[in-house]
Design a protein around this ligand. Structure first.
Ligand SMILES: *[C@@H]1O[C@H](CO)[C@@H](O)[C@H](O)[C@H]1NC(C)=O
Ligand SMILES: *[C@@H]1O[C@H](CO)[C@@H](O)[C@H](O)[C@H]1NC(C)=O
Ligand SMILES: *[C@@H]1O[C@H](CO)[C@@H](O)[C@H](O)[C@H]1NC(C)=O
Ligand SMILES: *[C@@H]1O[C@H](CO)[C@@H](O)[C@H](O)[C@H]1NC(C)=O
Ligand SMILES: [Zn+2]
Length: 519
């Protein structure tokens, strides 16, 4: 009928009007095609959802559009656009977030073992020990230490945490104060941390303070067990995390070696994986402070090569850490990093570098991206500055090098304010190999991955990014992991069955009122 009229119109009416009408339909066809093309290029753009997934997608997208419109049309604060310290309570109320929490999100590939658990748990769990002491050192920095009763007070005026706690209003208030003092959390981020260096100073102090607790061997073991439990409860089934593997101490002052440390981690992970069939596993990456001397880096690299031989793929690689903007560059250690490759035959040590975690374009720091690529990094940690490097971007795309983006970390550590302006937004639009990660969730009290996933879904991606986007991110986290082909195949299987269960769970229950207790 319509076609008939059109043909008739074409035949008998003025050419002007008809050609305008045809132009309009043609325009709309072109427009549709261009939009489709762009949608297909986005991460997840070519995934096809089955019937059940489509139903869940409709629930998810209904909630997402509502949150977008609440802000875009009705002026409500948009969580990804404001500091995480302010947006967190809003996100916790969001139905999109509640769905994301329940979703099997795959793995987290960029973490630091001193900052990947719930800090409140650490404080309430261990500082009640009768052996836990604290004191302020010469620079008035808080330090903790587990000590036997007969220790001497020469090095520091140690006082039992329990004794100090008794002088406070109540235990909870005291613990809250400790947690508040240690984390980066503040109601006034802009004035508390005027510059990036200010926030990094506080960030560095965190590691110094919790170090005294974490370097106690029994604590370290319990912390890893609890960390794995917290990740699985957040529906994360696999992790790769960085550790310096510095020596641990026992109560009597004796030391545990680095290999004891690695083996303890390996055994805890194996046992947890055995006991939790939904958990895929975990691997470690050795990370050393970039402040160290070249000699120290070289000897650490040599030891790491040995660990790689002994522990195989569980010891997934090597990295240097610490504030990139002010620290030594990758190039500074170039002889050390080339060492393994210059041996005959070359020795095996994969690099998993942080690179481009900076706003300072075309500086020495920014060039870390160039060196990371030339040193054959297996992934790029952050890659915040990648969009300023077209040649590096081409290589990253062609070689399919995973870019591990940690949105909340980049915001809290002052690279970007409004996450919609995060450069990864553009990379997501054109299907760069992105994985979402959480970096140091303990220091800003984020969940193991869900808050960062929320930011990626709501802030980095646009309104139309749907379940295909989240599903692809989960699959990317397995694809770009350090697992072997065989391990990845098994991992996909475990993740896929959790995913299927999640889809059915959402459909069979009275969403959003039904929120199961997990873990
Ligand atoms: C500390 O955590 C362990 C398990 O991780 C638990 O068994 C223990 O009860 C906790 N202790 C306290 C004081 O909360
Ligand atoms: C925490 O910070 C407050 C305010 O600066 C200070 O009064 C308190 O002594 C600090 N507590 C500890 C345990 O450092
Ligand atoms: C990086 O990999 C390429 C291709 O395999 C190789 O030619 C090059 O020597 C490697 N460079 C380093 C520093 O390992
Ligand atoms: C950490 O634990 C405390 C105490 O249980 C809880 O209030 C807080 O919400 C937890 N943080 C996260 C991010 O789950
Ligand atoms: Zn990091």
């Amino acid at each position: 009928m319509y076609m008939y009229h059109l043909v008739l119109l074409f035949a008998v009416t003025a050419v002007h009007i008809t050609s305008a009408q045809i132009k309009y339909t043609e325009y709309m066809r072109q427009r549709e095609e261009l939009l489709k093309k762009e949608q297909r290029r986005r991460i997840g753009g070519t995934l096809v959802l089955n019937d059940d997934e489509q139903k869940v997608n409709r629930i998810l997208m209904h909630e997402k559009r509502k949150e977008y419109e609440d802000s875009r049309l009705h002026g409500k604060l948009f969580p990804p656009a404001i500091s995480f310290f302010k947006s967190k309570p809003m996100i916790d109320e969001s139905n999109v977030f509640k769905l994301i929490r329940r979703m099997p999100k795959g793995g987290v590939l960029h973490l630091h073992d001193s900052a990947m658990f719930n800090l409140t748990w650490l404080i309430t769990n261990f500082t009640y020990s009768p052996h836990c002491y604290m004191c302020y050192d010469d620079n008035n920095r808080l330090i903790f230490r587990f000590l036997p009763d007969d220790h001497d007070n020469k090095r520091c005026q140690w006082i039992k945490v329990n004794e100090l706690r008794q002088t406070a209003w109540d235990n909870d208030a005291f613990d809250k104060m400790l947690v508040n003092n240690i984390t980066l959390i503040t109601p006034t981020p802009d004035t508390t941390y005027p510059t990036l260096n200010d926030v990094w100073r506080k960030f560095g102090a965190y590691f110094g303070i919790v170090g005294g607790l974490l370097h106690h061997a029994p604590v370290r073991k319990a912390v890893l067990q609890e960390t794995l439990r917290q990740f699985l409860a957040d529906n994360v089934q696999y992790i790769e995390f960085r550790s310096s593997f510095s020596e641990l101490y026992e109560l009597d002052g004796s030391r545990r070696s680095r290999s004891w440390f690695i083996e303890m981690y390996r055994d805890v992970i194996n046992q947890f994986t055995r006991e939790h069939p939904d958990f895929i596993g975990a691997k470690v990456i050795n990370a050393v402070f970039r402040r160290q001397s070249r000699d120290t880096i070289l000897s650490t690299i040599k030891t790491a090569i040995g660990y790689r031989k002994t522990y195989g793929n569980f010891f997934a690689g090597f990295d240097i850490v610490g504030q990139e903007g002010r620290g030594k560059t990758l190039l500074h250690f170039i002889d050390e990093f080339l060492y393994a490759r210059q041996q005959v035959p070359p020795l095996d040590l994969p690099y998993v570098f942080h690179a481009g975690e900076t706003d300072w374009g075309e500086t020495q720091v920014d060039d870390n991206l160039i060196d990371a690529i030339l040193l054959n990094t297996t992934r790029i940690g952050h890659g915040y500055a990648l969009h300023k490097h077209p040649e590096v971007l081409n290589i990253v795309y062609d070689r399919d090098i995973g870019i591990v983006v940690s949105p909340i970390s980049n915001q809290v550590l002052k690279l970007v304010k409004d996450l919609r302006n995060h450069p990864a937004a553009a990379l997501i639009s054109s299907n760069y190999p992105i994985v979402i990660s959480s970096d140091d969730p303990a220091t800003w009290d984020a969940t193991p991955l869900s808050h960062d996933f929320y930011m990626a879904f709501m802030g980095l991606a646009g309104e139309d990014a749907d379940l295909t986007f989240l599903k692809q991110l989960a699959m990317n986290s397995i694809k770009y992991s350090a697992m072997t082909k065989t391990e990845k195949k098994a991992a996909y299987g475990i993740w896929q069955s959790s995913w299927n269960r999640f889809i059915l769970d959402v459909l069979q229950n009275d969403w959003p009122h039904y929120i199961p207790i997990i873990g």
